[in-house]
Write a protein that binds this ligand. Structure first.
Ligand code: NDP
Ligand code: 8X3
Length: 247
């Protein structure tokens, strides 16, 4: 039986991935700050789901994930999914706490956890799937900090492959566009109406779409590395450059 470690399993992509992998016969370790949600997921999924209440900003706790007892310690796949965005306000108008939380979670936590798990992933010829975003490639107004963190994740994923040459460890950067989860509710500081409005009438991707993609990548032959996957709902595309003619 294989084991996946999913960061951010309390909502969205991570929660859907936990269901997909446990139902598919894997063991799943799920982390997040909301312990009651992890407990509910364990009640639903049973003994093959291990809930661990961990904040991505707690480096000691992240490093502890590399020292779990068997069978949980035999991690085959690290799904670096936990992440969030600050509001799309201009940077000077955005609370520093929000900015710092996003950078610490999306970048520092992800790197700390990956670094801690790499020795055992190398030993097991394991796999890493990192959540980047289309925001890593295509700029939009109010996206600077979030997009910057996701560009980091994309480049970190590609460069890590160079370090891991010859180890058999696979690394993938997933770069989704709009998917309806709690992402926009969190980004707007809890504004469910704003979130509903953003996704209204545009048939966004779902958390299950992403879980299906993770499952496909996890079950490919070990000779194959998917470097990066960029995906969007059919209804989302690009708006072109903005030109300011007033100087
Ligand atoms: P959700 O808001 O639905 O879920 C985010 C998850 O991340 C939650 O489980 C949350 O857990 C966890 N998380 C956030 N901050 C922390 C933290 N400091 N410590 C521990 N866990 C944390 O969002 P999505 O499922 O949509 O997002 C998952 C990933 O996909 C993110 O990295 C996001 O940037 C990325 N993404 C999302 C897109 C979208 O349109 N939805 C598109 C492209 C990329 P808790 O709050 O309980 O700690
Ligand atoms: C989130 C996708 O398009 O809202 O990463 O920036 S988008």
């Amino acid at each position: 039986m294989k084991t996946i470690l999913i960061t951010g399993a309390t909502a969205g992509f991570g929660e859907a991935a936990a269901r997909k992998f446990v139902v598919g016969g894997w063991r799943a370790i799920g982390t997040g700050r909301r312990g009651e949600r992890l407990k509910a997921l364990q009640d639903e999924l049973g003994d093959n789901f291990l809930p661990l209440e961990i904040d991505m900003r707690d480096r000691d706790a992240l490093e502890g994930l590399a020292k779990l007892d068997a069978p949980w310690g035999d991690i085959d796949l690290l799904l670096n999914n936990a992440g969030l965005a600050p509001p799309t306000d201009p940077l000077p108008a955005t609370d520093w706490d929000r900015v710092e939380t996003v950078i610490d979670t999306n970048i520092t936590g992800l790197v700390a956890l990956t670094r801690a798990l790499l020795p055992q992933l190398i030993e097991r010829k394991g796999q890493i799937i990192n959540l980047s975003s289309v925001a890593a490639t295509y700029p939009y107004k109010g996206g600077a900090v979030y997009a910057g963190t996701k560009a980091f994740v994309r480049q970190f994923s590609l460069d890590l492959r160079c370090d891991l040459a010859g180890t058999g460890v696979r690394v993938t950067s997933i770069e989704p566009g709009m998917a309806e989860t709690e992402f926009t509710i969190v980004r707007t500081g809890g504004d469910k109406d704003a979130s509903d409005k953003l996704y209204a009438g545009m048939d966004p991707m779902t958390a299950d779409d992403l879980a299906d993609l993770f499952w496909w990548i996890a079950n490919l032959p070990p000779r194959l590395n998917i470097n990066a996957v960029e995906l969007m709902p059919v209804t989302q595309s690009w708006a072109g450059f903005a030109v300011n003619r007033e100087g």
